[in-house]
Design a protein around this ligand. Structure first.
Ligand code: ZN
Length: 114
């Protein structure tokens, strides 16, 4: 006896089409608002109190944010500490601009992962 085919579920499509923001933006915002992220990134900065980028220039600047070396949108595992850097806000801002370009490039190449 054949199993009955599952009926099409048009409401799934409707839901996907009516999402409020591009998926990756929404996921990013959701991620950075999770309690786990807030807690783990704070601990990470306690272990890495100095901005990594400034440190390579011989400057000692307190770290203020935890950054994903491979951007959140492109990395395999956002919880991998090896992909994290403690940065000051200034370095994070310039990194974010570079990330944007990188993400755009990847989209143009049809890739969404590294
Ligand atoms: Zn810095």
């Amino acid at each position: 006896m054949k199993k009955p085919r599952s009926k099409p579920r048009p409401w799934h499509i409707a839901k996907a089409q009516s999402r409020p923001a591009p998926m990756e933006n929404r996921k990013r915002i959701e991620f950075y608002h999770t309690t786990r992220w807030k807690k783990e990134s704070r601990l990470f900065r306690m272990e890495n109190p100095v901005c990594k980028r400034c440190e390579t220039k011989g400057l000692v600047v307190p770290s203020e944010v935890t950054d994903h070396r491979i951007p959140l949108e492109l990395c395999e595992d956002p919880w991998d500490h090896n992909n994290w850097d403690a940065l000051c806000k200034k370095c994070n801002n310039s990194k974010a601009a570079a990330d944007k370009k990188l993400i755009k490039q990847h989209k143009q190449n049809g890739k969404d992962k590294f």
